[in-house]
Design a protein around this ligand. Sequence first.
Ligand SMILES: Nc1ncnc2c1ncn2[C@@H]1O[C@H](COP(=O)(O)OP(=O)(O)OP(=O)(O)O)[C@@H](O)[C@H]1O
Length: 643
Amino acid sequence: MAYFARPQSRNAAVKIVTPTTQEDKAKSPSKKDLTQRQCRNILIYGSCKFQDKGCIYYHPPSPDGQSPLTPQPDSPPLQASLTAQAVNAPIFVPKAASTSLTGASLSSTTSTAPVFVPRSVVSPAPTPAPPPAPPPAAVYEEYDHDPYDPHAYSSDAVEPLTEQMQDLDPNYYQDQGTHYPSEYDQQFESTAGFYLPPQPTFTRQPLNYHLYTQPLPDTFSHTYFLNDDLREELQKRSEIIRTAPGPGLNLPDELQGYHTLVPLEAIGGDRRKFGNWYSTVYRATSDTTGVAHTLRRIENYRLMHQAAFTAIETWSRIRQPNIVSVREAFTTRAFNDNSLVVAYDYHSNAQTLYEAHLKLKAPTFHNGRVQAQSTAIPERTMWTYIVQIANAVKVVHDAGLAVRMIDATKVLLTGKNRIRISSCGIVDVLMYDSRQDIAVLQQEDLVMFGRLIFVLCCNNLAAMNSGPKALETLGRQYSGDMKNVALFLISKPGPHKNIGQLFDMIGSRLLTEMDESLNTVDRLESELMSELENARLVRLLCKFGFINERPEFAREPRWSETGDRYIIKLFRDFVFHQVDEAGNPVVNLSHVLTCLSKLDAGIDERIMLVSRDEQNCLVVSYKEVKSCIESAFSDLARASSMR
Ligand SMILES: Nc1ncnc2c1ncn2[C@@H]1O[C@H](COP(=O)(O)OP(=O)(O)OP(=O)(O)O)[C@@H](O)[C@H]1O
């Protein structure tokens, strides 16, 4: 009987063919020869559990008449700790229980995804699988590490086995209640006259790549996909970054290395001035990098001194997470006037603090009643803003510059509670002629910062017009610390009033902020983990797409349905085309993800692949399917690079 036939593929797949009779098996000369050879279990374990249960190999009698090399009850335990799994050998199927390796009996070695019933398994009623042999009782008569060559196994082959064992979990043996050979064992070995492999050294713990990456312990719930809020936010950003300009705007097609200008604010209607000038903000794409940038254009501005751009150079060297980075500045006549343009980083879906908190919002319906939306900013959020702005101001002041524009319409909210000061450097260019002492400008920064706190706490852009009322509102709704900070910032300039002193006042809040940002990093890292897995699987699916059913190779024998590609095709059916008992398609993402992850890891777990005509089935491991895919894909890649 042909238990195993070497498949057409050079890969190690076990083809299952119709079982033949016992007589055929008896006639097999190779089997006969095998019975003359000494049983490997005797060599490795000192005994063979299956000696009297059908093992066909030679078992030498022991001198005391007991079964050969059976350990005495008080003798030290033999090193019988290798399982079939440990040496990568097939699971032993006792002869009595398996007259043939039918699909049913193989089911014990197949994937454990029980919900899926491949077509061929559905139609013939499966016979119950025999219980798997106990792990330590593995026999190696049939296989070496090449499972198809029954004669290949020799004692020399023990060496490669130890190499494979090095990849195993070191605790594996402890778990089995066995141990590595001690000195005593070594002595026993030599006196017993059989060879035991040298003690393996374990260099690393094998990774269970086929399992999804675990999130950080206990902190965050684990999901396969990105958190909904974050996904929505990121999608919105990438959607907004691709919006096209409306028709009839009459904007230049090309502007000093930028194209596709899109205004970020309404053009026309009531416009507020930026100092003495009108300004407009555009999103534009860089010709060289394809990256979106923000261009702030000052209309009708005539540059008198080139030196006015010196400040832009200094600003462009500042990289601080709470400042919108400055890229460059230039003048242009592309808008049919003399315009000054300063380019900044673009933060998609950004809002100004004014838009986020101060602008009147449409009322909402709650319990059937119209309700004005609450615009009060929670104290916690206010402290986050204060710490971030203070951080930015400190960096700017330390660089010998002044922000010169800390205003609710110029501070951007670019993410959840994440703010950045925008429009930096532009005032330095505009006011170049009326140069002022930098220390005075820095004091002004602090006052502007204080005013912004009053505006946000009172929810009123004109809060500072009535100082005492604003102070009272702030004191009523926020803590004493907040009031002190706001008062300090708007107080008269003095030698001790600087941004460093503010940090002395808010020291403990900084620690809270730091905790928060570390938590955010952890959370995002955990999100990244799941996306990492998904990216891995997408690459795998792309390989599948490249390989499966290529029309140009339809007549090519190597691509035909007899080689590696056939295994890949059947595997594709196994992953995606499962049917239930009634023949209905099973659409189960978990099954797909599990299979693909196991494939990517190339683990030794075996699965049964069934041909579409249900006449043949192949037992292959994920490792073997992976190697088929790798070789098919590298063939393709080679072919494509030769063109
Ligand atoms: N760097 C940037 N990245 C993304 N969007 C930005 C950037 N800078 C400004 N914006 C957006 O451009 C729009 C206009 O910005 P601007 O600074 O002109 O605000 P504004 O409220 O219109 O102020 P003003 O009344 O002074 O023009 C705002 O919606 C803002 O979110």
